[in-house]
Design a protein around this ligand. Structure first.
Ligand code: ATP
Ligand code: MG
Ligand code: MG
Ligand code: MG
Length: 566
């Protein structure tokens, strides 16, 4: 590819409203453009990377024996009613009606559609086990789209679904997927960790997430220093009983909150005895107009009396999307929470809820969630930090102690059991002609998220450093002043052809730009190998080669360059 005939929309300035490095670099390198919140166009270089990720995922899926299909993005509501998720899924599910007033959704995932397909398509145990997959657009109306394609509303996912009659083949397929996911991320040169994950509201009995390790990751993972044991912090278990832990003694600062107050200040204000009462703190800043903070403290306080029988929800910080939801959760009628402001603590059974506007001034459409298990005396950061375990504690396997790392969830595998198949009556006849409900597994990879995650791990102050397997082009050719020097133009042209003939993906910068601009662009877009051609090296009969990752330069004789790069 020649830059003059390409769309290389690089930009020098760091874009405003791009918080993480991958988002900044994807915009600066001309990989993506924002269309609306959480919606992006993929420009040529971005698409080339996306397709490479997709190809690797597809190859590894095919290796496991999974078979590719393609299901519709638009799904009829009826199927979601059948599984109960029409009610349960919440506002992430984008619902709409067609011209006949029939309800539809934009698919955030495809368990319903695949189960419907399979119940009609399969009849006999002889067709099992079976794994089907697709690579397809998903839509989730994320409460907080951010970080570019990392948490988008429309994104590309590979989702696979397996069907079984017995746990043994279920386990085999799960294991094969675990291996495939490891292969995918290894091939891309990414540092990752598979971790035990919560099976959450879907139920099921086994789940792992695959995390690309990066400080910008939204998830916190706890891993063992002495074994392979690792778990998402939500799932991590401690062998130490909670009661024996030392109570919190020191003040903790609210981070990420513009007008931060310390917990100590809050505690003093309400006269709480944190050493015996505080269990969980949940702080939430909602929208620009109505930032909220909810403080949930379990204890024996009796400051006020509001009857509530839904206390469980209160202890689950992830459930709150609005003040109304908190009211609902605690069974409080309108007004009973009092005015927004640090004025009205509400005692619900053994919990105190404080709504506050002290997150006001958050400059952002983002919603903030904060949480902490106070008994453990831990620093307060984001929701992902609601910790069951702390650094240095023994792990459940007794083989090491806990260490923490931040991760970006790029894959998730799940044994679903019969949750969907039972609800949707997906059965086949077994050997004895008896009808049996299918066991199911599901396996997702965030194809578009991987592109961003890879950049989080591979960059420097000059730009992206692509791992070779997913680079948009493998080699960049930088001819210096080729519009003035015929020698440079001819040799560059020949190298371009030779490399193309050898099957190397090349990008040649044939613009009439200053060398400085060309170098900066090449480093920004991050091609692994760069060949510089100038009159000086031509005199010496060599190309100047530069490795993007190591920065190492090397002179390579003309007749050895193709071999060197292939
Ligand atoms: P998260 O915890 O980040 O919201 P999830 O657990 O909701 O992700 P899954 O339902 O497990 O996501 O979907 C499978 C994969 O799809 C995830 O592991 C992730 O890589 C990707 N994914 C999920 N949501 C998004 C999104 N909004 N934008 C891009 N990729 C996403
Ligand atoms: Mg999600
Ligand atoms: Mg998740
Ligand atoms: Mg997940």
């Amino acid at each position: 590819m020649r830059v003059s005939k390409y769309l290389l929309s690089t930009q020098k300035e760091t874009p405003a409203n791009a918080e993480v490095i991958s988002h900044q670099l994807m915009l600066r390198a001309g990989m993506i453009r924002r269309n609306a919140s959480g919606l992006y166009s993929w420009l040529p270089s971005g698409l080339r990377v996306l397709r490479k990720v997709e190809a690797i995922v597809r190859e590894e899926m095919n290796k496991t024996g999974a078979i590719e299909i393609l299901m519709p993005l638009v799904q009829p509501a009826d199927l979601w009613v059948e599984t109960g998720r029409w009610e349960k899924f919440g506002p992430e599910l984008l619902r709409f009606q067609d011209r006949h007033n029939r309800d539809f959704v934009l698919g955030p995932t495809h368990e319903e559609v695949i189960t419907d397909l399979v119940r009609k398509e399969l009849s006999s145990y002889k067709q099992l086990p079976l794994t089907l997959y697709q690579v397809q657009t998903k839509f989730r109306d994320e409460v907080r789209p951010r970080f570019g394609v990392m948490r988008a509303r429309e994104f590309l996912m590979k989702d696979a679904y397996s069907f079984h009659l017995d746990q043994e083949t279920m386990d085999n397929t799960y294991h094969a997927m675990h291996t495939a996911y490891s292969n995918i991320l290894t091939r891309m040169g990414l540092e990752f960790r598979p971790v035990l994950a919560d099976t959450g509201s879907i139920g099921g009995n086994m789940s792992h997430e695959f995390h690309v390790l990066a400080n910008s990751g939204e998830d916190l993972i706890a891993y063992s220093t002495g074994s392979d044991y690792a778990a998402n912090i939500e799932k991590a278990e401690s062998p130490i009983p909670t009661q024996t832990r030392a109570p919190a003694t020191q003040a903790m600062t609210l981070v990420d909150t513009p007008n931060a107050k310390t917990i100590a200040e809050l505690v003093e204000q309400f006269g709480l005895d944190i050493t015996k009462t505080v269990k969980t703190l949940i702080v939430k800043g909602a929208t620009e107009e109505a930032p909220l903070v909810a403080l949930v403290i379990r204890g024996d306080h009796e400051l006020n009396e509001i009857k509530a029988d839904k206390l469980e929800l209160v202890s689950s910080p992830f459930e709150f999307a609005s003040e109304a939801e908190i009211r609902d959760a605690i069974g409080a009628g309108p007004g009973s929470l009092g005015p927004v402001g640090l004025t009205m603590p509400v005692i619900v059974d053994h919990s105190v809820i404080v709504m506050s506007d002290f997150a006001a001034g958050a400059n952002t459409e983002d919603k903030h969630y904060f949480g902490i298990n106070w008994e453990r005396d831990l620093p307060l950061t984001t929701t992902a930090d609601i910790r069951n375990v702390v650094e240095g504690e023994p792990t459940p396997d007794g083989l090491g102690t806990y260490a923490m790392a931040r991760g970006i969830e790029v894959g998730h595998i799940f044994q679903l059991g019969t949750n969907y198949s039972k609800a949707m009556n997906a059965t086949v006849l077994d050997e004895n002609g008896k009808s049996q409900v299918l066991l199911m597994g599901c396996y997702g990879v965030g194809v578009s998220r991987i592109v961003a995650a890879a950049i989080e791990q591979n960059n420097d102050d000059r730009g992206i450093i692509w791992p070779e397997a997913i680079a948009p082009f493998t080699v960049g050719i930088l001819p210096m002043n080729m519009h003035k020097s015929h020698r440079v133009a001819d040799i560059a042209e020949k190298l371009y052809q030779d490399l193309a003939n050898a099957g190397v993906e090349v990008l040649m910068d044939d613009r009439k730009e200053r060398p400085g601009v060309m170098f900066a662009d090449m480093e920004l877009i991050g091609l692994p190998h760069v060949v510089v051609i100038g009159d000086r090296n031509i005199d010496a009969g060599v190309f100047e080669y530069k490795n993007r990752r190591t920065g190492e330069k090397q002179d390579i004789p003309f007749d050895q360059i193709v071999e060197f790069l292939t």
